[in-house]
Write a protein that binds this ligand. Structure first.
Ligand code: PRT
Length: 133
């Protein structure tokens, strides 16, 4: 599997490029220029909010099942490969959902960057304290 230290800017640009493709398909679909019979992305946009969100649930479940299989196989390479495939499906469908709601992967990356260095435990405790006020 790939090293976690591999150039992160490649990840940014890959996600941004795919989001550009998805946004373009969304706009083409709205304009009647993308056919759900030939474009899977257009097919998803034709299903609207509920269809897109349902698909994320399905893909998340498939990723969980692939992860369990990978663990049960002691991280056998072929199971790892299947897990990567399911995670890719999940990420792709998340990009569709972001596009549907007028958002970009850059928004999610910015939020993750904002959180960098903030312990999740501390953040949760601060949130609970703020909610009590
Ligand atoms: N990255 C993806 C991508 N990842 C996954 N998928 C599709 O996501 C689907 C995954 O769904 P499932 O696992 O549920 O399988 P399924 O059998 O298709 O679905 P169901 O029958 O269960 O509904 C598959 O049909 C995949 O082909 C993707 N479809 C498209 N893209 C990208 O989007 C671009 C535009 O695609 P089109 O709009 O189809 O031209 C492509 O060039 C790719 O770059």
């Amino acid at each position: 599997m790939t090293s976690p230290a591999q150039n992160p800017s490649n990840l940014d640009s890959a996600l941004a490029h795919l989001a550009d493709v998805v946004d373009q398909r969304r706009d083409e679909f709205k304009a009647g220029d993308a056919d759900p019979k030939t474009s899977y992305t257009a097919l998803l946009f034709s299903k609207g909010d509920d269809g897109i969100l349902k698909k994320i649930g399905e893909e998340a479940t498939e990723a969980v099942m692939a992860a369990k299989d990978a663990r049960n196989s002691n991280l056998a390479p072929e199971q790892q490969k299947l897990l990567v495939g399911e995670m890719a499906d999940l990420w792709f469908h998340c990009l569709i959902a972001l596009s549907q709601f007028g958002l970009r992967p850059e928004d999610v990356v910015a939020e993750l960057n904002r959180r960098l260095g903030t312990s999740g435990i501390e953040e949760k405790a601060a949130r609970k304290a703020a909610n009590k006020e």
